[in-house]
Design a protein around this ligand. Sequence first.
Ligand SMILES: N[C@@H](CCC(=O)N[C@@H](CS)C(=O)NCC(=O)O)C(=O)O
Length: 228
Amino acid sequence: MTTPLILHYAPDNASLCVRLALLALDIPFETQLVDRSINAQNGPIYMALNSNGLIPTLITPDGPIYETGAILLWLTDQKPGHIFPNVGDPNRAAGLAWLFWLSNTLHPALRMTFYPSKYIDAASIPHLLNATRSNLLGHFAQLEAHADWLDDIRVGIVQFYLALMLRWSALYGTDQSWFDLANFPRLLAFAKRFEATHLATQANLAEGLGDTIFSAPTPPCPPEGSST
Ligand SMILES: N[C@@H](CCC(=O)N[C@@H](CS)C(=O)NCC(=O)O)C(=O)O
């Protein structure tokens, strides 16, 4: 790649797991802040890149790519076999299944708790939140029981995506009392291991995430921009 990739990001947004992948793969990139304080994700400049008005978007030699899972997979194709099993590796099937599960199941459920008014009328929001949080606890129990890859950096992109969503669950939405990572000891141990890595330190420096980024997160204090 001759032209550096450009990551359109906001601190502590889904762009964070793309940043982690770029850093892990040691691929040069530049960042462009999407200023959420002025809703820039819905402005004409950003919408011309990503008509969903959602963060992230990665500008590549092949054009802008959006959807976090798609970006992560595209990046792993640039350096095959480093942080995701390559075609032909028997671990790829399970890796893909978990990546799509995170992207199709866990992430949309979290979005419903963060932006309930985008999904339902005001009177029904408490019901939506109760039901979705209950589903989410089931999803985390499923991960606790079946995610045998929590120690396996060969599925790095799956780990980055999950770590971020553990963090969000403890930080965002109208009420965080529904979620306690201590109830999921394997996930908690994973969060502690991952936040102690050099990769997590680099992400912390770039986005002001604090020290216990994933196991006991505090609201970000980023050098630029805002998370919401
Ligand atoms: N399906 C999208 C979801 C991305 C997403 O939810 N992004 C959030 C930030 S983490 C966002 O742009 N929120 C602003 C909004 O919904 O207006 C993806 O996987 O990239």
